[in-house]
Every structure is written in structure tokens, then in C-alpha cells.
Design a protein around this ligand. Structure first.
Ligand code: BDR
Ligand code: CA
Length: 311
């Protein structure tokens, strides 16, 4: 079993990523930590608890992290994810509470008491990760790997023409993490925009008729109606792909690249720049990231559906 911590901002696709992780036969979800992003921290934390209750996994701890990006104001995305962050499904309010220990301390404690066992999957703005790295710079020696959904290397952004949402929301934190020596695999829009669930896929999920698939069907229908997704012809399952990469590297093809983030230009803010050489604007980058540039989308979509509908 692969031990995993999921850090994110649920969020429709985060919710699906958490469900995928709880249903996976090879992942052992150790904790869910939350960060402000798609919705504010309070909603994100409530939603993480709601999802784990839906999955019948009240044993998994939830801890709240940073309430706003490092230096900027949060610009959340209810217009994509709905007022509740979960496509207007308003799942019952959670009966469990988040842990008193904060996300930063929980991530550090869990990773530092093991050696190379825990995979950290981060699918929101990277504020919690930047805090973890600032407080415990040796974290890279103990973590198995860090898989991050974020960035757009050779495709346009989804929040601006230049930038992807998670990186654009907290570009300063993303810069810290991408320039660090941490063992990062980056899952950018280049691959996640290829993993689309069509209306037929969503209907197949509905037919399974479990509480989890009823919920997945409702949020995916909501997501399919978002204008940006209508244009794509399907719902991109960004965050579930990052969990998929934690399960099976064979879903993607990667290239080792230095990655930097634009933080000083209002037009291109949050743009991810990539290079094979650490010269010029990459000279502060300590190590190359494993950047996913291609994906076996058919196989991943099939895997996602089969896992979500499994009893
Ligand atoms: C990312 O931004 C969020 O809206 C999604 O949850 C995903 O993590 C995609 O750009
Ligand atoms: Ca997310």
C-alpha cells in the first residue's frame, strides 16, 4: 500500500480525487489537509469532511491549513464549483470535526516520522506546502514524492490565457516549491485537459446507483454545464489525475525540466516557464521537476470510472 496525504481545496474535482483515493486498492489515505483556493478555507474543510463521511471514512483525519495565499488576497472560484464548492449538492453538514492540530504541523509530523513512505498529493494553491517547506526544509529527505496538480507548460492557462488556477492563486508559494530541491512531479493542464469525462461517461457513473456515484454524477453534471467545460466537450478531472499518477506512473510520460513562475508581471502572473537548463530565469531552481507532458487518457478515464463505481 502507498501511504498518501491529500492537500487540496474541495472543489468538485478535489472531491472526486478524494473519493478515488478512498476507493483505490493500493492507496492508504493517511490524512486530508485543506487550503483556501476554489472556496475559502472554512468551506474547503467542511467539504473535505463531507466527502469522507460520504465515503464512510470518518477514520481519516482532516486538518485545515492556510486561509489565504502567501502575499495575495484569495480569489476563489465559486463560479466554477458552485456556492458550496460542490456543485450545489449541499451534502449533509459533517458530524465530525477537523483536527485541532493544523495542516502544516500534521503534514510535517506524518512525513518526518517516516522515511520515504508518504506520497504528498497537492491539488490546490501551494500555500500549505510552502509553509511546510519553510518550517521543515528537510521534508524532501523523508517524503516519498510530491505530486502537484498545477501549471500549464505548453498549453494556455484556464484562469488567464497564461496561467493555471492553482499556480495563479498563489504564485509566490508555487515559485518557492518549484525552485526547491523537493522531489516534485508536476501534473499540469497539458495532461489534465486531455482526461475528459463525457456525458456518456457521466451516465455510466450514474447507473452504478451508489451514494458515491449519485454524488459524482450530480457534481459532474454541474461541471459539464460550466461554459468552459462545454467548449471542451467534457469535464476535465484535473485532481483525480494527480491521484492516478500516485497510483500508477504508467498513466503519464514525464520529462525532467526546471520550472519557474512569473510573479512580477500582472498580465502573465502565475505563468509556468520550463527549461532543460538552469540558466537565466531558471538559475535559482535547485532541481528539475518530473513534468507530465503526455497521458494515456483513455486508460486513465477507464480506471477512474471503474474505481469510482466499484462497490
Ligand atoms: C485546478 O484548479 C482548481 O479549480 C481545480 O480544483 C484544480 O485543482 C485546475 O486548474
Ligand atoms: Ca483543486
Amino acid at each position: 500500500m502507498i501511504k498518501m496525504i491529500y492537500d487540496g481545496d474541495p472543489g468538485i474535482d478535489d472531491a472526486l480525487a478524494i473519493l478515488l483515493a478512498t476507493k483505490s486498492e493500493v492507496l492508504d489515505l493517511e490524512a486530508v489537509t485543506t487550503v483556501a483556493g476554489n472556496v475559502n478555507l472554512e468551506k474547503a474543510t467542511k467539504n473535505a469532511l463531507r466527502i469522507l463521511e460520504l465515503a464512510g471514512r470518518l477514520d481519516i483525519p482532516v486538518a485545515a491549513g492556510m486561509p489565504s495565499p502567501l502575499v495575495r488576497e484569495l480569489q476563489s472560484a465559486e463560479y466554477v464549483h458552485g456556492e458550496d464548492g460542490l456543485g450545489g449538492t449541499y451534502l449533509p453538514l459533517p458530524v465530525t470535526q477537523d483536527k485541532c492540530i493544523g495542516a502544516i504541523d500534521l503534514i510535517i509530523a506524518k512525513i518526518m516520522k517516516t522515511t520515504g513512505e508518504i506520497t504528498l498529493v497537492a491539488c490546490g494553491p501551494l500555500t500549505n506546502l510552502a509553509e511546510v517547506y519553510g518550517k521543515q526544509p528537510e521534508i524532501g529527505e523523508n517524503v516519498r514524492e510530491i505530486i502537484i496538480m498545477g501549471g500549464a507548460i505548453s498549453v494556455p492557462g484556464n484562469i488567464t490565457p497564461h496561467a493555471e488556477f492553482n499556480v495563479h492563486t498563489d504564485p509566490e508559494s508555487a515559485k518557492i516549491i518549484f525552485q526547491s530541491d523537493l522531489p516534485v512531479t508536476l501534473v499540469p493542464l497539458d495532461v489534465t485537459l486531455k482526461t475528459l469525462l463525457t456525458n456518456d461517461n457521466i451516465e455510466e457513473i450514474r447507473e452504478a446507483g451508489t451514494p458515491v456515484t449519485d454524488f459524482a454524477h450530480r457534481v459532474l453534471k454541474y461541471s459539464l454545464n460550466f461554459s468552459g467545460h462545454k467548449k471542451l466537450g467534457g469535464c476535465p478531472i484535473h485532481d483525480p489525475l494527480a491521484v492516478g499518477v500516485a497510483i500508477d506512473k504508467g498513466f503519464v510520460k514525464t520529462k525532467k525540466l526546471y520550472v519557474n513562475v512569473v510573479t512580477d508581471n500582472i498580465v502573465t502572473l502565475g505563468k509556468t516557464l520550463a527549461s532543460e537548463n538552469n540558466t537565466g530565469q531558471f538559475e535559482d531552481c535547485k532541481s528539475k521537476l518530473n513534468v507530465c507532458l503526455d497521458v494515456d487518457a483513455r486508460r486513465f478515464v477507464r480506471f477512474f470510472i471503474d474505481t469510482i463505481i466499484s462497490k
